[in-house]
Design a protein around this ligand. Structure first.
Ligand SMILES: Nc1ncnc2c1ncn2[C@@H]1O[C@H](COP(=O)(O)OP(=O)(O)OP(=O)(O)O)[C@@H](O)[C@H]1O
Ligand SMILES: C=C(C)CCOP(=O)(O)O
Length: 280
């Protein structure tokens, strides 16, 4: 198998993130057309992840499912998964219309976590889908947890599921900002941090925080932490703007793409470092 690409398209791009289950169908279509235009290079090599946006971040608030310790009702337990699958189905249909075959996967059916960390994940069907030249499509979901009953599992954490099972080449996360930003002291002036390395990752993490829009999974901080764990296992990450869908292709294929590149390094202990510094 050649190197695999994982692309996560942010919910801030594909939905009206401050709304309730409000898809931007035209944007989904533009992404489908972009992928169709590079299909020869991507067939069998691409895993696609769509962000939760106004589905994944609004539904848990409406149904009290943000955390299992909240007073949620039995009849509502299904609603996160129901609405996420509605979202995955819509994306699959639009991609199909544009000639890109996708197969949607529902995470609560194949991932189990222990205190938020995935401990079991059934990868075999994903491999079958890839072998048929079809794009496995993922999102975040409510996932059952050995200690916390259930958790809300962010789409930013989906790429890590594959790291031990597939030869990942690059993980690209497209979002509504130009990359990981460093803000000036007045909080206004900002610059894109071009590279995150084992030398500067601690300072860069301190620059990151939650989303300014409706969001329950940690915004840029969770994204960067996930990409750092991948870098520690030798996988390159890219965070860049996806406001123009065509930005996907240079982010995937250019040696030095725009935005922030998280350079891979192999240094045992990074995951523990991140956990200790940020109290995860
Ligand atoms: N240092 C930072 N650099 C860039 N963005 C940051 C930083 N710190 C916090 N953010 C916030 O993180 C947001 C991007 O994360 P967010 O999770 O909202 O995006 P997304 O992945 O597109 O959406 P979704 O999680 O719905 O898929 C930015 O819009 C910004 O508000
Ligand atoms: C999608 C779900 C269930 C939660 C939110 O995920 P994210 O916005 O993709 O981080």
């Amino acid at each position: 198998m050649s190197g695999m690409f994982v692309v996560k398209i942010g919910g801030s791009l594909l939905t009206d993130k401050n709304g309730y289950c409000a898809p931007n169908k035209e944007m989904v279509r533009q992404y489908a057309r972009t992928i169709a235009s590079a299909w020869d290079r991507l067939r069998g090599n691409l895993i696609l992840v769509v962000g939760g946006g106004s589905y994944g971040n609004a539904v848990p608030i409406r149904y009290n499912l943000k955390d299992a310790s909240l007073p949620w009702k039995d009849r509502d337990l299904s609603m996160m998964t129901v609405k996420m699958f509605e979202w995955l189905s819509l994306v699959t249909e639009i991609f199909r219309e544009e000639g890109v075959p996708c197969y949607p996967f529902q995470p609560s059916g194949f991932v189990v976590t222990d205190d938020k960390h995935p401990v079991r994940f059934f990868v075999e069907p994903v491999q079958h889908v890839l072998d048929h030249g079809v794009v496995p499509l993922f999102s975040g979901d409510l996932v059952f947890d050995l200690k916390r009953e259930f958790i809300i599992f962010s789409s930013d954490n989906i790429p890590e599921l594959f790291v031990d099972r597939m030869p990942l080449q690059r993980v690209v996360m497209l979002t509504d900002v130009e990359g990981v930003l460093e803000y000036a002291e007045d909080g206004l002036e900002r610059r894109v941090i071009p590279a995150v390395t084992k030398e500067n990752y601690r300072e860069v993490l301190l620059c990151t925080g939650p989303s300014r829009k409706q969001d329950i999974t940690g915004g840029m901080k969770n994204k960067l932490e996930a990409l750092l764990r991948l870098a520690e296992q030798g996988v390159e990450g890219v965070v860049t703007s996806g406001r123009d869908a065509s930005a996907l292709l240079p982010a995937l294929f250019e040696e030095k793409p725009q935005g922030t590149v998280i350079r891979p390094w192999v240094k045992r202990g990074l995951v523990e470092d991140v956990d200790r510094v940020f109290g995860l």
